[in-house]
Design a protein around this ligand. Structure first.
Ligand code: GLY
Length: 282
């Protein structure tokens, strides 16, 4: 693997946010399944416990805001790469104010803040896949071409390619990174088609790990001191066949994380944190 990939997944900090009671009734959703708020909060606490206690990240836990039903899905409010944080302009109007608390938290962490102020631009972090070598940006109902251009301006060291998202909420509703050079991808036709487009547009080689369930392809990869390769993924209760695929990964610390409630309002594992690699000197 190229040296440029040496630090991929070496996170030190995470920003998360609490679940407001308003999530159950008012969060945006594509389905109408009933959300159990207490269970959602318990699952979220377990997720934060994994980041903070099991993995040792420094976690900034922002308070929930009842007027922002989707605020737990912090990933959409910012894209952080190296020392730069792009504060996004989320595609859903009801979610725009989520960026205020995120901006404050990322400023406190001394990141260089770039704000997406162009009123023609929209971008949700859930549409942004950073591979360690380049960015892929999903053009979805939430993210447009102008949003992708502003992201490319913010992260000039990396190539940025766009991928149409024809199914699901975001690009990462069916894919994520499973390690350096490894894309985890769902089995559906739109997911496989999107992967093909990414592979065609890239100068880099990516291996793929195909899982039967698109949503199970949303995992969180980290490479941490004393732990090595870590993968947070869905549980066997939610995705029995996909978990069999993860179980075959060698030399990984595999951490199943329940997400049965937030998924009912289109929230996947990556949606609930912004992960940051801070060097000791910043
Ligand atoms: N409920 C997550 C979203 O629609 O943005």
């Amino acid at each position: 693997m190229a040296d440029s990939m040496a630090g991929f997944g070496c996170y030190t900090h995470a920003v998360v946010r609490g679940i407001p009671a308003s999530l159950a009734m008012e969060a945006l959703r594509t389905d109408q399944a009933e959300v159990d708020t207490i269970k959602a909060q318990r699952e979220h606490e377990a997720y934060v416990h994994v980041l903070r206690t099991v993995l040792g990240l420094e976690v900034v836990d922002l308070p929930a805001d009842e007027t922002l039903p989707d605020c737990v899905f912090v990933e959409d409010a910012a894209v952080v790469c190296g020392d730069t944080a792009l504060i996004t302009r989320p595609g859903a109007e009801s979610r725009r104010r989520e960026t205020e608390a995120m901006k404050g938290a990322l400023k406190e962490l001394n990141l260089n803040i770039v704000e997406m102020t162009d009123e023609n631009a929209t971008l949700d972090g859930g549409d942004v896949l950073f591979t360690g070598q380049e960015f892929f940006v999903g053009l979805s109902k939430r993210t447009n071409q102008r949003g992708a251009e502003i992201l490319a301006d913010a992260f000039k060291d990396y190539a940025v390619s766009t991928v149409p998202v024809s199914q699901g909420l975001h690009l990462k509703s069916f894919c994520s990174m499973g390690g350096p050079g490894l894309i985890v991808i769902g089995s559906s036709e739109p997911a496989q088609k999107a992967l093909k487009i990414m592979q065609q547009m890239s100068d880099h080689h990516y291996d793929k790990l195909t899982v039967p369930d698109d949503l199970a392809a949303n995992c969180i990869y980290m490479n941490l001191p004393n732990k090595g390769h870590v993968l947070l993924h869905g549980t066997k209760e939610e995705y029995p066949e996909s978990v069999k695929v993860f179980d075959k990964l060698k030399d990984y610390m595999l951490i199943p994380v329940s997400n049965s409630e937030k998924v009912k309002v289109d929230g996947a594992l990556t949606c609930c944190s912004v992960l940051i690699s801070k060097r000791a000197d910043n």
